[in-house]
Unconditional design. Structure first.
Length: 219
């Protein structure tokens, strides 16, 4: 069995983030999860990739919402499909058949079922929009960007890339993660770490660090 090293500590920057989450924001649940993820990346215990990815996703989705009071709402896909699955008829499924003038009428679906399917699609679209809005919410809540349109594209793109990666890797799977996945985890967590530290810093340091990121990107 691989031995997990206990001789690890948060960096100075990570300690600032931990204290900010604990004391300034009074969100100990986020603080402890963040601390665990940061330490796990160093320790690399069994199953750490899924844990860190899950924590990263939850922090990116929930931290700004918790501070700003925005309600997080997930799309209830199971309930929405349950609403019309009993009304669905096998003959409405064309399989691999090509619709023709002779069989097209057999695929007409009652209005009440169409409405339930439409509700499912609308909820899905709303869920996608809420997911996109959480990225802008972090920058407007913590990084002085009251105008969402002025958030630099590279900030949003790397934030979204990290969140999407965390979402794809937070669940268990049959095949173990490889070395490339572990490297990607560090890269995306470092992205989250950097923005959290900037958010936890003073206004002067915050703006300076943001400008340094912009300068590095524009070279």
């Amino acid at each position: 069995m691989a031995r997990v090293s206990t001789n690890v500590n948060l960096s100075k920057e990570q300690m600032r983030v931990y204290e900010w989450l604990t004391n300034d924001l009074s969100l100990p649940v986020f603080a402890e999860a963040y601390k665990g993820a940061a330490l796990f990346i160093q320790q690399k215990p069994a199953g750490y990739i899924s844990f860190v990815a899950h924590t990263g996703r939850d922090v990116m989705n929930g931290l700004a919402a918790a501070v700003s009071g925005v309600e997080r709402k997930q799309v209830q896909y199971v309930q929405l499909v349950d609403n019309f699955q009993d009304d669905w008829r096998d003959e409405w499924h064309s399989g691999n058949e090509l619709l023709t003038d002779e069989n097209i009428n057999s695929h007409l679906i009652p209005a009440n079922v169409c409405q339930k399917i439409s509700t499912l699609i609308d909820e899905h679209k709303s869920g996608r929009k809420r997911s996109a809005d959480t990225s802008g919410l972090f920058f407007s809540t913590f990084l002085e960007y009251s105008d969402m349109d002025k958030i630099p594209d590279n900030f949003l793109s790397e934030w979204k890339a990290a969140k999407d990666w965390f979402s794809r890797h937070m669940h268990l799977r049959q095949k173990p993660f490889g070395a490339e996945t572990a490297a990607d985890l560090v890269r995306h967590f470092n992205c989250l770490d950097a923005y959290l530290y900037i958010a936890a810093s003073s206004q002067y340091d915050r703006l300076k660090d943001l400008n340094e990121i912009l300068d590095a990107t524009n070279r």
